[in-house]
Ligand binder design. Structure first.
Ligand code: NDP
Ligand SMILES: N[C@@H](CC=O)C(=O)O
Length: 401
């Protein structure tokens, strides 16, 4: 019998307990032993819940119980999750977490500590919800130099953009809906401002380069500036707007960015809707691969956490090597990246053409007093200079290749 503790009995933590109960027998076969939840740590009590008698409020109860060999962290945030997880690893317990804020910030340190203690620190659910992506990068794709990762990495914003675009719903209403469905972060600005996708692409980039990527270095724009008018222009162009997180290996180093992009139907991420996420990976020998599935939500995410528990059960006496050192990776300045831009402005066509040269104008029936245009490909810094010279810019969205 493998005894585990779950820290944080919210959407994902309760999902983990549910998955372990629903698939008890098949999980036991695959893990080679039965898994039993001994403790649930939370701030609250859960009267009437089957785990009612397992609830504890002091993490030291878990630290000090030698029977518990695996700990699940699903509380969220860096503190106190970091303090609790570190104490568990130091006590020789394996840990799995769905907490990307923790992994992005403290991943290198916790991986090193787990290695020193000959236990495991796994975090499959921290990126892409139920989609396997961490394990593929850490094992199946290790023959490759990964040259690009571009993904829809946030379920909340993809759900929101899909509903706003297909059903004409308002931003605040769809955000509330996503929160009620358990997709959003405790502070949903992490979703809508792009910070959550930023942390996820930082984690993936750290894994492929083996060094620490500071998420604060990644240029990040969310979806808060996307309006109903932008969506009308997108439809006129036959495109959809998606929040993309991207990391590319260039000849000068890795470059990463999070921002909304206009995608055409030919783009591999065009048809990724609702809470689904998809991650496009290009390796130098593999070529292209796509990972697709539910990017958020109770059971899909819990499925990934439980898969980590099973992996840990198979490696109780061996550390699974994860190449991610604390040495900082300096990213290439995003201003040097080349992009195509869609711009809405109240400036006139003559001024637009005198500054941007050859552009493609976009007009939408019923929208007056402004015009949209698509630029040629240019460096971010060149675009910023030209846009400042143009003035009267209402919105800017990058156009996917
Ligand atoms: N929701 C999703 O779809 C996904 C979430 N994640 C990540 O998983 C983690 C958990 O998310 P989610 O389940 O949605 O969050 P919830 O807010 O639903 O659950 C967190 C739980 O942890 C409890 N908690 C918070 N602080 C403490 C503490 N100091 N001691 C004990 N318990 C504490 C909370 O209690 P209280 O409510 O009283 O504050 C709550 O019950 C986050 O890192 C999130 O980013 C990852 C992938 C998908
Ligand atoms: N809030 C996140 C949850 C999963 O990581 C999201 O919407 O993607």
């Amino acid at each position: 019998m493998i005894k585990i503790a779950v820290m944080g009995y919210g959407t994902i933590g309760s999902g983990v307990v549910e998955v372990l109960a629903t698939n008890k027998d098949s999980i036991a076969k695959r893990a080679g032993d039965e898994i039993e939840v001994k403790y649930v740590l939370d701030l609250r009590d859960f009267p009437g819940d089957p785990i009612e008698d397992k609830v504890v409020h002091d993490y030291q109860t878990i630290v000090n119980d030698p029977e518990v060999s695996v700990v699940v962290e699903t509380m969220g945030g860096v503190e106190p999750a970091y303090t609790f997880v570190k104490a568990m690893l130091e006590a020789g317990k394996h840990v799995t977490t769905s907490n990307k804020a923790l992994v992005a910030d403290k991943g290198a340190e916790l991986i090193a500590l787990a290695k020193a203690k000959n236990v495991n620190f796994l975090f499959e659910a921290s990126v892409g919800g139920g989609i396997p992506i961490i394990r593929p990068l850490n094992s199946c794709l290790t023959a490759d130099e990964i040259e690009e990762i571009t993904g829809i990495l946030n379920g909340t914003t993809n759900y929101m953009m899909t509903k706003m675009s297909n059903e004409g719903l308002e931003f605040e209403d769809v955000l509330k809906d996503a929160q009620e469905k358990g997709y959003a972060e405790k502070d949903p600005s992490a979703d809508i401002e792009g910070y959550d996708a930023c942390r996820k692409i930082a984690i993936l980039t750290s894994l492929v380069c083996g060094q620490q990527v500071d998420f604060n270095d990644i240029h990040t724009e969310g979806i808060t500036k996307i309006s109903a008018t932008d969506i009308k222009y997108a439809k006129q162009m036959g495109r959809v707007i998606k929040l993309l997180a991207s990391s590319k290996k260039t000849e000068n180093g890795y470059s990463a960015m999070v921002a909304p992009f206009l995608l055409s139907p030919e783009h591999p991420l065009y048809n990724v809707n609702d809470v689904f996420n998809a991650i496009f990976v290009h390796g130098n020998v593999l070529g292209d691969a796509m990972f697709y599935g539910s990017g958020a939500g109770k059971l899909p995410t819990a499925s990934a956490v439980v898969a980590d528990i099973v992996d840990i059960a198979k490696h109780l006496n061996r550390n699974i090597l994860i190449e991610w050192s604390s040495k900082k990776l300096e990213l290439v300045d995003y201003k040097k990246a080349e992009n195509v831009f869609f711009v809405r402005t109240t400036a006139d066509k003559a001024k637009i053409e005198s500054i941007f040269g050859n552009v493609e104008f976009v007009e939408v029936e019923g929208i007056t007093g402004e015009i949209g245009f698509v630029t040629t490909s240019m460096k971010e810094e060149t675009f910023a200079t030209k846009a400042a010279e143009l003035g009267n810019v209402l919105s800017v969205i990058r156009v996917g290749k």
